[in-house]
Design a protein around this ligand. Structure first.
Ligand code: DAH
Length: 340
């Protein structure tokens, strides 16, 4: 056993000495420490060692394993460093942020919540779609039944480019594109960053995140929408959440609603985050207006659908108890890295 372990250890050292890259290192790792690796072989053999020698042999194998693990780690660090140096030398540029090791970073609370919600909807058959931040007037407004000079535009002032394009004010801007891309029946969610020309306070920001969802099929009604929202919210908060529906007006849905959730920061008592109302507007929603379906090329005789525009930023504030929306864009690592 001693001889065999020493041989394996030597073989390991010579393999490590000739490793040229990270992929190569991974195969050494598998060959020696993997499920069918040589250490595993030794462990099998240990069973046949007489009882009085088992302990010693076990310690020997363990020491060998630890030696391998630390050498693998050390080599990995060296190789990674070398790869960065090669990259820097070949491009001639140096970005210090790239050298920060993965353990030091953390996901932004919005990313965390986005992934969680995506997983819930994906498990219910929704696809996850991406869409640009710079859009045209047609997609952001007209295809959503908001013609030029419609008063609904007043609430969604945004940043215009000299090309006539604009920064999207809501994720609804992708509805038309997605309807045209897939046709009916359709289930999709599309998260995204949105922009509005607003003054900021504890609950308003000029840059925030939404997640739009649409479901189009035969016989879809508002009860389907309520079902999906309840499932999603109870998954995200890990307990049933109190919600209420109020009528709401949006030109692209009929009927339209506001789905509110009881403020989890103050428990409904009233605080600055919920404008002292005890409730937070979380998710405007409704049945997609037939005109919007038509613009999207959907047969309105056959299909109906619901849409919702979930406030991802609000949801993150609720879930993590973030009192001021401005924290999220602040770049304050101390505040933002505590939720992972
Ligand atoms: N796009 C709207 C906004 O940002 C929110 C919205 C309302 C989205 C109703 C929807 C909806 O999908 O059905 O103000």
């Amino acid at each position: 056993m001693i001889e065999k372990t020493t041989k394996i250890r030597n073989d390991f050292q010579s393999r490590i000495a000739s490793v040229t890259g990270l992929a190569d290192l991974e195969s050494v790792h598998q060959d020696f420490l993997g499920k069918k690796g040589r250490i595993q072989e030794l462990m099998q053999e240990l069973k046949t060692v007489p009882n009085e020698k088992k302990r010693e042999a076990g310690q020997l194998i363990n020491a060998c394993k630890q030696f391998m693990e630390s050498l693998l780690e050390e080599t990995q660090e060296k190789l990674e460093k070398k790869e960065w140096e090669n990259k820097i030398n070949s491009t001639g540029t140096f970005d210090p942020s790239l050298l920060i090791s993965r353990e030091q970073g953390s996901y932004h609370p919005i990313t965390l919540i986005q992934r969680e919600v995506e997983a819930v909807f994906a498990s219910m058959g929704f696809t996850i779609e991406d869409y640009p931040e710079i859009v045209d007037d047609y997609h952001c407004f007209e295809a959503l039944n908001i013609p030029p000079f419609h008063p609904a535009r007043d609430m969604q002032d945004t940043y215009y480019l000299s090309t006539g394009q604009l920064l999207k004010t809501h994720t609804s801007a992708a509805q038309n594109y997605i309807m045209r891309k897939y046709g009916a029946p359709l289930r999709a969610i599309f998260p995204g960053r949105c922009f509005r020309n607003e003054s900021t306070d504890a609950c308003h920001e000029n840059t925030f995140f939404q997640m739009e969802g649409i479901m189009i099929d035969e016989n879809i009604s508002i009860s389907n929408l309520i079902y999906f929202m309840k499932v999603m919210l109870s998954e995200v908060f890990g307990k049933p959440v109190e919600v209420r529906l109020r009528p709401g007006f949006f030109p692209f849905v009929e009927p339209g609603f506001e789905l509110d959730i009881k403020c989890l920061i103050c428990g409904g008592e009233g605080c600055p985050s919920c404008k002292d109302s005890g409730w937070l507007e979380l998710c405007p929603c409704g049945m997609i207006h037939p005109k919007v379906l038509e613009y999207g090329g959907i047969d309105t005789e056959k299909y109906t659908g619901f849409a919702f525009g979930l406030g991802l930023t609000r949801l993150a504030m609720m879930k993590y108890g973030i009192k001021d929306i401005r924290t999220l864009n602040s770049g304050n690592l101390k505040a933002l890295s505590q939720f992972n």
